[in-house]
Design a protein around this ligand. Structure first.
Ligand code: ZN
Ligand code: ZN
Length: 395
């Protein structure tokens, strides 16, 4: 029964897109006691389905774990214990400050719209922010990248983040929400507070999403800097993604993260290549090349594909900024001279920022980094999806 309710709730989330997303917040702290303080508007508190109180100016609600339930109080007034507590905004875009009291964390976070709090399987609380898509995206873009960028760049981020969110609605369904607030799901640490341009970008791109072939939501890959050329997706993962083709990018090459150098003890380089890949050090031709690799454009393998040494393995083993590097020997060190920062597949953030500064619009930027994608309105997309499903059923 619980599972059925969960599935129905998630389906409701999908079909009610435009109203609310369910985001697990404060996930970095394992909280067993949380304080909700009034910030703007008013809230009605529901314990299970009963109205049990309200939060208005200068009031704090404290929710703590109590056995298998959650217990609510305002000041010295005990509101009772429940399976779930809902905080529903009375005024549109109301907001609350949230602070973890156990463990004690000084940082306050501020969020808009509605909340629900229920017990986790362990001894902690789950706090879910039921937030309007646009408020969520504004919070994500500010949490991820902060201020100081151009409007068209923020529009690009808004479309990528919206597409990502819709493509991962079920990521945390076992825990009772869609996405969490940590970096692997898109950082979401606060409502939008400091950068009005972000809000403008989200509104200007309302409902816009990026789709690939066969109307599939596109994988919205991005990274910091490509160093002058983005990567083919199958160089990084084993899968070729048709719209993530390698492109030459001159927009990012003068930014800070376009080049890097790293020195590694030649012995540890050699040992890794020999022990993990059986590098033929005693071969008179190939052996001496172990420290000498020239990579003028992006490759998938070190030296030669026949040796079977994926550059992505070297990147992960030696914590390299990218897979695009050349090597030479200096004394007892192998010196790596590299380009870019990140996996290199999809959108290069520093290149996109520069394009926006030069006057390119969001559509031109996305179509520069992704080949053969479409930017569509979400509602048109759902309509076409239903249509194509009916067609395939008809066939
Ligand atoms: Zn997550
Ligand atoms: Zn780039």
């Amino acid at each position: 029964m619980k599972r059925l309710i969960l599935i129905l709730t998630l389906l409701f989330t999908v079909y009610s897109y435009g109203q609310e997303l369910e985001i697990g917040v404060m996930r970095a702290y394992s909280s067993s006691k949380v304080q909700f303080t009034h910030l703007s508007g008013n809230y009605t508190i529901y314990g299970d389905s009963l109205e049990i109180g309200s939060i208005s100016e200068s009031q704090n609600l404290i929710v703590r774990r109590s056995g298998e339930r959650v217990k609510a109080s305002i000041g010295s007034k005990d509101l009772g214990s429940f399976d779930v507590i809902h905080l529903k905004e009375v005024n549109p875009s109301s907001s609350l400050k949230i602070q973890t009291l156990s463990p004690s964390v000084h940082k306050l976070r501020k969020y808009k719209n509605n909340f629900k709090i229920f017990p986790e399987d362990n001894s902690y609380l789950t706090v879910v922010n039921m937030v309007e898509m646009d408020n969520y995206l504004s919070g994500v873009i500010e949490s991820e990248g902060g201020g100081g960028k151009d409007l068209e760049y923020y529009k690009v981020q808004a479309i990528l983040s919206r597409t990502y969110a819709l493509d991962h609605l079920y990521k945390h369904h076992k825990e009772g929400f869609s996405l969490c607030d940590r970096v692997h799901c898109q950082a979401y640490h606060n409502m939008l507070r400091f950068t009005p341009t972000i809000g403008e970008a989200v509104t200007d791109t309302k409902n816009m999403i990026m789709v690939g072939p066969n109307l599939k939501l596109a994988k919205a890959f991005f990274f910091a800097n490509c160093g002058g050329q983005t990567s083919e997706s199958d160089f990084v993962w084993n899968k070729a993604i048709s719209y993530c083709k390698s492109v030459q990018d001159t927009f990012c090459v003068h930014s800070r993260q376009a080049t890097w150098t790293k020195k590694i003890k030649a012995g540890s380089w050699r040992n890794y290549l020999v022990n993990h890949f059986g590098y033929p050090v005693h071969d008179s031709l190939i052996g001496p090349m172990i420290y000498h690799f020239k990579q003028e454009s992006r490759h998938a393998f070190y030296l030669s594909p026949q040796l079977g040494i994926p550059l992505r393995d070297l990147r992960s083993k030696f914590k390299l900024k990218s897979t695009w590097f050349s090597t030479h020997l200096e004394g007892e060190y192998v010196v790596l001279e590299g380009h870019g920062f990140g996996h290199g597949v999809g959108l290069c953030q520093e290149g996109a920022m520069r394009m926006a500064r030069l006057g390119y619009n969001y559509d031109q930027i996305l179509n520069f980094y992704f080949t053969g994608i479409d930017i569509m309105n979400y509602h048109d997309w759902t309509f076409l999806m239903q249509d194509s499903e009916q067609l395939s059923v008809g066939l």
